[in-house]
Design a protein around this ligand. Structure first.
Ligand SMILES: NC(=O)c1ccc[n+]([C@@H]2O[C@H](COP(=O)([O-])OP(=O)(O)OC[C@H]3O[C@@H](n4cnc5c(N)ncnc54)[C@H](O)[C@@H]3O)[C@@H](O)[C@H]2O)c1
Ligand SMILES: O=C(O)C(=O)C[C@@H](O)[C@H](O)[C@H](O)COP(=O)(O)O
Ligand SMILES: [Zn+2]
Length: 380
């Protein structure tokens, strides 16, 4: 652990509680060393199933012990699932349902997820579907899951046809973003999380962009006060959007509503599928955002300097801005089953300017090909 004066202050800084309003309100707690919050959020449930990936088996032991200590009559079951995207399958979800059945899991029991976004997506979906919905508390352990996946209630798994095509909206009972857990996160994974943070800067909070543009990226580590500010700002962007439009039915006054959070994701999800999930989600999002900025430049007059700012900001933190894998036709076919599509009409979230997202419906294939050529170097 780094123990510069800033870090010492931060270690003792009070946690931040971001309240998420709506029909099922909950808190997102951000800070350091937050283990005590988990028993509070779980309450007096007699059975708890903790879902975590193989990679976090050591940490899950501590979490399970704390849950038993806080309530000695409680049964805690640990469900170890495959690492990363391999957990987001119907087979793995089924194995979790089988385990909950064996435990006699009832509606007063609680699922806890401990892991990255793949784990919170899978575990959230298991909780959403078991008995048509039991409580879930998320303990995200990656930056990406803290700023995005654990908040807002989208859960899901992948199918052969594409990413996140089966799922449910199921809000958590609470989210604990313990930044100390990021100490062990590999650098590439932390950088991938910055992809969603920068996305939030472009769609809603330009201060995020300013902070990224003026901070040495190497200083963005678990103990950094700037990282904490970025985490809190990105969560606020997400919370504001989901409180206004939880189920993605649309926004008001030209704002796309929850779809705004899908900025860059239409191409990103197609790339992830084409790469058989061998590319990190946050990396694909960075490429997808540059693509859609190029598209908006051609189809809707987004100024060239805003497109350039996309390339510069994602590249500054170490994210890719080009893609030379699958071809345009394969990616276009996958993009057609994106959830924003309506019938044969492809829809993209684009920007009118920084902080002003809107929807572009049915762009011409010529503009799509040109935008793809601009990120892939392929002839359009
Ligand atoms: N539901 C949503 O709103 C939402 C939002 C964004 C992303 N997502 C989904 O989230 C997933 C990506 O999440 P991710 O980037 O967290 O990837 P991930 O869950 O695959 O985790 C990345 C890797 O980090 C490891 N890891 C996790 N925490 C660690 C720690 N503290 N120390 C060391 N290693 C650790 C994991 O084992 C894994 O190998 C994608 O499936 C994406 O679709 C969902
Ligand atoms: O919360 C949302 O809404 C988002 O779109 C956030 C995205 O970062 C996230 O990757 C989400 O899982 C994508 O959702 P999908 O509906 O396109 O599957
Ligand atoms: Zn995402």
């Amino acid at each position: 652990m780094n123990d510069s004066p800033d870090d010492v202050d931060l270690e003792h800084a009070p946690e931040t509680v971001l309240h998420v309003g709506g029909a099922s309100p909950y808190d997102v707690v951000v800070g350091h060393h937050l283990a005590d919050h988990l028993p509070e959020m779980v309450g007096d449930a007699l059975r708890v199933a903790v879902i975590c990936p193989e990679a976090l088996e050591e940490l899950v032991g501590e979490v399970a012990d704390a849950l038993v200590e806080s309530h000695p009559d409680r049964d805690v079951t640990v469900l170890v699932v495959p690492d990363g995207e391999e957990a987001k399958t119907a087979e793995v979800a089924n194995s979790c349902w089988e385990a909950l059945g064996e435990e006699g899991f009832t509606r007063s029991d609680v699922v806890v997820t401990l892991g990255g976004g793949a784990t919170t997506d899978l575990g959230g979906f298991v909780a959403a579907s078991w008995l048509r919905g039991v409580r879930v508390v998320h303990v995200p352990t990656t930056l990406l899951a803290m700023v995005d996946a654990a908040v807002g209630g989208k859960t899901g798994i992948n199918t052969e046809a594409g990413k996140n095509l089966v799922g449910a909206f199921h809000e958590p009972a609470g989210v604990i973003c313990d930044l100390s857990l990021l100490e062990t996160l590999p650098r590439d994974e932390l950088v991938a999380g910055l992809g969603e943070v920068v996305k939030c800067g472009f769609i809603a909070d330009p201060e995020i962009l300013r902070l990224v543009e003026t901070t040495d990226p190497d200083e963005l580590v678990a103990s950094s006060p700037v990282l904490r500010e970025l985490v809190e700002r990105a969560i606020r962007v997400k919370v504001d959007v989901v409180v206004a439009d939880l189920r993605e039915t649309g926004g008001a006054d030209g704002h796309p509503g929850r779809e705004a959070l899908n900025y860059g994701h239409t191409l990103a999800h197609a790339i992830e599928r084409a790469e058989d999930y061998g590319i990190r989600h946050g990396e694909a999002v960075a490429i997808g955002c540059v693509f859609v900025a190029e598209l908006a430049h051609r189809a809707a007059g987004l100024p060239r300097e805003v497109v350039d700012r996309h390339r510069a900001t994602f590249a500054r933190v170490g994210l890719p801005t080009t893609y030379a894998g699958a071809g345009f036709d394969e990616l276009l076919a996958t993009m057609r089953v994106d959830k924003k599509s309506r019938g044969a009409v492809l829809r993209f979230v684009v920007l009118d300017d920084v902080g002003r997202p809107t929807v572009l419906s049915g762009p011409s294939e010529e503009h799509l090909r040109e935008a793809f050529a601009a990120i892939s170097g392929a002839a359009s």
